[in-house]
Each structure stands twice: as structure tokens, then as C-alpha cells.
Design a protein around this ligand. Sequence first.
Ligand code: FAD
Length: 373
Amino acid sequence: MTNTVTSPIVVLGRGIAGLSAAIALGSAGYPVHLIGRPPATPGGLQLSPNGFRALSSLGLDKAILDKADRLNAVVIKALSTNRHLTEIIHDPKHLHAAVSRQDVMDCLVAKAETLSCIRFTDTEIHTVQLGTEKATLVSVDGDIFSADEVIGADGPKGLACAALTGQNSMPPQPAYRAMRAEIEAAKLPTAFRRPLTLLMLGDGCHMVSYPIKGGSHINLVFCTSADKVTIGWQQRCFSLNPLLSNLTDPAISWANTPLYPAEVLPVWRRAHLTLLGDSAHVMPPHLAQGAGQTFVDAACLKVLLAEKPLAQALDQMAATRSIEVQAITKKAAASGQIMRLGGIASQARNIFIDIAGPHFMNSWLDEVWQAEN
Ligand SMILES: Cc1cc2nc3c(=O)[nH]c(=O)nc-3n(C[C@H](O)[C@H](O)[C@H](O)COP(=O)(O)OP(=O)(O)OC[C@H]3O[C@@H](n4cnc5c(N)ncnc54)[C@H](O)[C@@H]3O)c2cc1C
């Protein structure tokens, strides 16, 4: 039998963006219906000072920091030879940390559950329709959810983005992949266990690693083009560097994640639908800013809800954030292009980073990490 549920506000997507938006709305006293399945959340996230500032506005910084591993530096090496290129030492006054995604989700869910006006429904939505009076969502089970406002937080290229832009076709499979693995720290050389981000730049590929879960595990992200991820890719990519030889173990399970090209939608709000998080800004992971910027979206909304009625707060969040997030997204895309240089260009890049030294890298990244937004 089909059920019809009417709510003032529906949030579509139960990832970082959906939960953060629900917390912002729920903290302002709005009744929220959060719809989506709990996502699979392997691996970790790095968070930098701008992300922590946003988490602080949402009342989440202490809970997340409690579960996080502080990071002291970014060390950059050549992937094939393990040669040290440069390093950026973080100022201890500035909060850089890594945390498991599951811990982040647990903190968000725990906070949302303290807000009695947030209700959860565990289902998948099949259709999003924008009417003149209301928005309607239909689940795969045929249930109908009708709302005055829908927050689309269903990730990149999801139904909310399609409903807002009117582009319903499936996006082409992206040319780049992130191969993600979480490995027990004891199984890797000590170089991986230090409290820092290790960035290894290769020929058309790069690897990022950092400790999570109190240092008991290492999160690894290896980015390369999709056509290189064929049988035996680990052997081809890791066997040159003795530090990486353990990663050729076929028992390691790598999650193959598509990396969509960077995109910030120019318009985040139409009729009764407002986008937030990756559904509004597809952020390549190369500056580790996607979730951080999602927290900034939600923190911005929370501040505006304290000053304005709902529709105006959503209007202004969409207008403000769609501009603010552009510079960081462009920088993340440019960083990705530099990281995936191949052949001679990759060697020239490594020589340049070596010669330019920490000051250059620090100024490139500090602007992102310390940004007020
Ligand atoms: C390899 C990699 C590394 C990253 N590292 C970092 C990092 O270190 N730091 C950082 O800040 N960011 C990082 N990011 C970015 C970060 O993961 C994302 O920005 C963040 O997860 C976005 O959250 P979201 O909720 O917007 O989207 P998603 O995580 O995609 O969540 C969307 C949710 O919507 C649900 N959903 C989708 N469609 C439907 C539907 N039809 N019905 C119901 N539910 C639906 C999904 O199941 C999911 O739960 C990284 C990303 C990648 C790919």
C-alpha cells in the first residue's frame, strides 16, 4: 500500500551533507524529515581549520576532534623513488586532523538524535518532482513524501541536482579513480604511521595516506586514470618503491571510487528545492575539502536561520555559498591536474616542488585551510 507523508522540510540523503543540514535546521527548531539509507563509510577524512570552524558553529567540533588524530605536517615525496621533495609543518595553533568517516557519521547521527524535531526514514528515493506548491519525492517502494522545502543532499549527480538543473541523463563515467583502502597500521612501514599526511607524487598518479582510529589504521587513497586500474595494477604501481611493496598484497581490498570533474552549480535553489554539499559542489578530493566545505554550507545556513525566515535563509545560503565555494573548487581541480601530470612533466613538477620548498607549498595551501569560508 502506498503511504503519503507530508512534512514541512525533507532532507534527501543521509550522508555528511544531509545530516549536517538536518542539524542546522533542527537546531533552529524546524521539523525535518531526513530520508535516505545510512551510507557505507569506509576510510577517512582530513579536516583543516576552516572545516573545524564550521563544525564548531554546528556544535560538532569537540565530538569529532575527540575521535580524530591530529596531523602535524604534510610530507611530499616522489612515489617511485620515495625521494623527499618538501614538507609543510602545521602551526600547532591550527587544527589539522584525520578522522574515520564512520566516526564522523556517528557524531552527526548522535547530534541529530538529540534534536527531537528530526525524523529519519530509511529508504531510497526514485523520483523528485518540483510542483508549484510543494516538492514531491517518491521512494522505490512507492511511498510519497511531500514537502514545502526539500534540501537535496544526495551527492554528486544525484536526483536533486537533476531535478534542479533539468538534466536527467546519467553522467559519463569519469576518467579518474580514487582507489581507497583502510589498512591496519601494524602491516605497514613506520613511515605511514606518523601523525602526518604523506603525499606521494608519481607518473600520472599519486597516493595520499594518513593515520586514523588513534593510529591503529592507515587510510590510503591512490588516484590514477581509470584505464590503469586493470588486473595487476597494484604490482605495476607500487612495486618500484620498497616502502609501498606491502600494498601489492592481493588480500587488500581497494574501493574503486569515481572522481567526477570539479563543478559548482551556478544556481543551488529553485522552487522548493535547495542543494547543499556534493550535490551542489563536486569537489575533487585533492585538497581534502569536500566534506569541510559541506560543513561550511550547513554552518552558513545555521547562522542565516537565526536571522531570517526559512525561505530567505535558504535563498541567501544558496546565493552566498555558490560564489564562496568556487575558488576552493578551482584550486582543488588545479591541484588534481598538477598531481596527475605524467612523463617528463611529472619529473619537472617534482623538481619544481623540491626547489620551490615549503614556503611555496604552504602559501598555496594555507589560503585554503585558513579561509574564513
Ligand atoms: C577519495 C575521496 C577522498 C576524500 N577525502 C576527503 C577529505 O579528506 N576531506 C574532506 O573534507 N572531504 C573529502 N572527500 C569529499 C567528501 O567525501 C565529500 O565531500 C562528502 O562525503 C560529501 O558528502 P555528501 O553528503 O554531500 O555526499 P555523499 O557522501 O555522496 O552522500 C550522499 C548520500 O545520499 C544518499 N543518496 C543518494 N541518492 C539517493 C537516493 N536516490 N535516495 C536516498 N538517498 C540517496 C547516498 O546513499 C548518500 O548517503 C573525499 C572524497 C573522495 C571521493
